[in-house]
Write a protein that binds this ligand. Sequence first.
Ligand code: COA
Length: 202
Amino acid sequence: MRRPEPAGRRLARLPLPIETRRLRLRLPAARDVPALQASFRDPRTARAAGAPLHSALERRDPARMVRRTAREYRAGEHLSLSVVVREGDRCVGRVGLRGLDWNWRKVESLSYWVDPGSWNRGLATEASWALCDAAFRRLGLRRIGSQALEPNLASRAVLRKLGFVEEGREREAVVVRGRAMDMLLFGLLRGELRRPPAVGPP
Ligand SMILES: CC(C)(COP(=O)(O)OP(=O)(O)OC[C@H]1O[C@@H](n2cnc3c(N)ncnc32)[C@H](O)[C@@H]1OP(=O)(O)O)[C@@H](O)C(=O)NCCC(=O)NCCS
């Protein structure tokens, strides 16, 4: 009987970096740390997401996050990519696929964040579209899941623009500053990804 291919080798089939008109998506590198540090300290990111996106340890020392994502990539468990504006090679965020399930060819969660200084320019949509397209075409995934807190309208807009379908709701999934919030659950099947987003100037 043939042994299944190791997960790390399957993930390595995805050609990196992924390039779009404005962006380059590549594995996080030490040179991204100063930009990550500034983003992590910006309270608008955690406020919009509902909670900090990283552990306190990684917020203090983003180099830990760079090392962790390299380990997870080698193991084929999760993929986390820096979102870099090609013009000027500026790291402005992150996009990732968490919880790769090679048995069922699906992923638990598409995740993304963009530095508040670059919001509403279509960057999260452009990066996420390119990653979903590559995941369906190059990794053979059938399904990509995602979640957004109900009040996170920007995140819900990104998913809607990509073609994600709202599939359910986890009631009172988190409590932030005493306020209970529902988590909306989304899914995207191969063939449901919309056409590439029209992009603005660099
Ligand atoms: C969610 C996030 C990644 C979006 O990044 P972005 O690069 O600004 O996203 P885009 O520009 O591609 O799209 C944003 C959309 O949200 C819409 N939007 C933004 N704020 C909004 C609000 N308060 N109400 C309604 N829509 C809003 C924008 O109008 C845009 O939609 P449109 O193109 O139809 O006009 C960014 O806000 C972020 O990093 N938030 C904090 C982290 C987070 O919440 N991550 C997701 C959950 S883990």
